[in-house]
Design a protein around this ligand. Structure first.
Ligand code: B12
Ligand code: SF4
Length: 506
């Protein structure tokens, strides 16, 4: 077999949620493309998801590149589209080698291969850089993939699983193919369409949250790049590609305080100027209260912390390893540093009722993050919490496992009722927020107005937000009313069509 050309294609899946805040690149593919090129392969990095391409355009691009391998990425909500993609690749060229990777494929390889082995040749379990190159080198050499660690594939009626591949030790040594990225499409809508990158400074998490896939994917381990290596990358992205804002893909970038402080100091000393959006844990924020001004000075503009629940019993069920009071304290610290605070609350558990959801909304207002999202629990079939949720799982249609569409039916509510409650929760939270806009600093007010624009025009909450604005419009501050008017004018002036492809906030 002679393999030379590899197409890395994101599945054209859209949940209409995160995508409204901006267009986000696939940094996992930037890493894999870098490793493939270093090993001599030619790569097409094709982010069909972010380009909003449909099947005919995808088919055209595959035909034009004429790949020997089509590789795609499957988290749970996107797996159906990823499978459709590899089926299309086989239809175009039955000789093409198809590969799936990412968290869903890593854990649900058996189910995928049993059902789709005609069109799925290999599943890479775990990190892709070394395993994919080893697989392709092995196929080129006429070797046996059963000897390559980190794979699953179907052979003679059974699923072959090779031993787990070790995690990559030196993340600094990995080459990234930033030059393959189609930069103009990646913009952060919530900040004047600033050029947006996703970067990875560390991989993994040592916690054990029972609903989460990431601690399983990384086997509760954590590795990081050196501060110098990471900050040099931000400078490269700024100088070569005009990147102004970077979201960290890390589960917990702040885990090692000494390393994190060095990153902040380097960003300040070298005046890097790239704004950072990141996610971390409540306890790291409490730990770092004394250096929040350094976060801000270095360019950290937006921090997401996962509050998840407002009562201790649910936090304990989630194995969250946080105490109720800590979440409010962490959000206060972020707010006091004039950094945008964001959190989410996981709802739709079997015991949830309209009353318990109403209580969560009130607590969310009291916690006072700038952005609060009310998510539907998604029962990843491989998560530790799954056995407790399984009796209540209403559908195995993974496309709905996107944290927005309810798929777990509470004992005392229908799915439709739950969906309505979740929508109203967001509506009530944000109406409260916008009524109190004056309490924020000027730059946060401006940011929140662009968030409002995204919410009422481009997000899955658009319907609820518009009706809430109609009902509660009189109580709105003048700048919010002015924004609503200008938005109406835009829509009346034919601007609506350009909004169709936009989705919302993480
Ligand atoms: C960046 C990101 C996104 C980007 C994706 C951009 C893009 N163009 O693809 C955006 C913001 C669009 C996004 C959206 C969503 N996301 Co998201 N996202 C992430 C995030 C924060 C980082 C992923 C990342 O880049 N990691 C860093 C890279 C280096 O690691 P990696 O992606 O795992 O890739 C490595 C391996 O997995 C493997 N690999 C991955 N793919 C492949 C493919 C092949 C062929 C091979 C060989 C190997 C391989 O090799 C890579 C390098 O080692 C993760 C959380 C996290 N911390 O990981 C959530 C996460 C992946 N997202 C998640 C979800 C649910 C969503 C949404 C459904 C949320 C929503 N409701 O909107 C949407 C769906 C997308 C859509 N279009 O609607 C979940 C998935 C959970 C699950 N178990 O299925 C995660 C884990 C967050 C969470 N809450 O748990 N997301
Ligand atoms: S939810 Fe966050 S802290 Fe908990 S295990 Fe997952 S990545 Fe770690």
């Amino acid at each position: 077999m002679s393999i030379k050309r590899v197409a890395l294609i994101t599945p054209p899946y859209h949940s209409g949620v995160v995508e409204s805040a901006g267009t986000w690149l696939n940094v996992g593919f930037v890493y894999i493309a870098g490793a493939l090129r270093a090993a001599g392969y030619e790569v097409d990095y094709y982010d069909a998801m972010s380009l909003w391409h449909k099947w005919p355009e995808i088919e055209e691009r595959i035909r034009a590149f004429h790949p020997d391998v089509v590789a795609t990425t499957s988290f749970t909500a996107s797996v159906a589209h990823a499978l459709e993609l590899t089926a299309l690749a086989k239809k175009i060229n039955p000789e093409v080698v198809t590969v799936h990777g990412n968290v869903h494929a890593t854990f649900c390889f058996e189910e995928m291969l049993q059902a789709e082995h005609d069109t799925v040749d290999y599943i890479v379990r775990g990190e892709g850089e070394v395993t994919l190159v080893s697989l392709l080198d092995c196929l080129n050499a006429g070797g046996d993939p059963a000897l390559v660690p980190g794979l699953a594939f179907y052979r003679e009626g059974t699923v072959v699983v090779t031993p787990k591949a070790p995690y990559i030790k030196d993340l600094d040594a990995l080459p990234l193919a930033w030059d393959l990225v189609d930069w103009p499409i990646y913009t952060y809508r919530a900040k004047n369409n600033a050029r947006l990158a996703i970067v990875s400074s560390s991989r993994g998490c040592m916690e054990k949250c029972s609903f989460c896939s990431q601690q399983l994917f990384w086997s509760q381990s954590w590795r990081a790049r050196s501060p110098e290596n990471f900050v040099a990358e931000l400078e490269l992205l700024r100088d070569s590609y005009g990147v102004e804002v970077a979201m960290l893909s890390d589960e917990i970038p702040t885990f090692d305080r000494e390393r994190w402080v060095r990153i902040l100091d380097l960003m300040i000393e070298r005046q890097v100027g790239v704004k950072l959006l990141l996610e971390t844990r409540v306890d790291d924020i409490l730990r770092d209260e004394d250096i929040m001004d350094r976060y801000r000075e270095a360019g950290v503009e937006h921090i997401y912390v996962g509050v998840e629940a407002c009562d201790q019993a649910t936090l304990d069920l989630f194995n969250k390893n946080t105490k109720v009071g800590q979440s409010k304290a962490a959000i206060d610290i972020i707010n006091n540093a004039d950094i945008v605070s964001e959190t989410s609350f996981v709802l739709g558990m079997p015991d949830d009722t309209p009353e318990s959801i109403a209580a969560t909304i009130e607590l969310a207002k009291h916690y006072n993050p700038d952005m609060g999202f009310f998510l539907a629990i998604a029962p990843w079939p491989y998560a530790e919490l799954y056995p407790k949720l399984e009796p209540y799982v209403a559908t195995k249609d993974y496309r709905k496992y996107n944290l927005v569409e309810p798929v777990v039916k509470p004992k005392h509510m229908t799915l439709a009722e739950l969906e309505r409650e979740l929508g109203q929760a967001a509506q009530q939270f944000f109406m409260h927020k916008f009524q109190n806009l004056h309490q924020l600093t000027p730059w946060k007010q401006e940011f929140m107005l662009s968030v409002l624009d995204l919410l009422i025009n481009h997000s899955y909450l658009a319907g609820q937000m518009k009706s809430a604005m109609r009902q509660g419009g009189k109580e709105m501050p003048p700048e919010v009313l002015a924004l609503m008017k200008s938005v109406e004018a835009l829509r009346g002036g034919g601007g609506a069509e350009q909004l169709h492809a936009l989705a919302p906030i993480p």
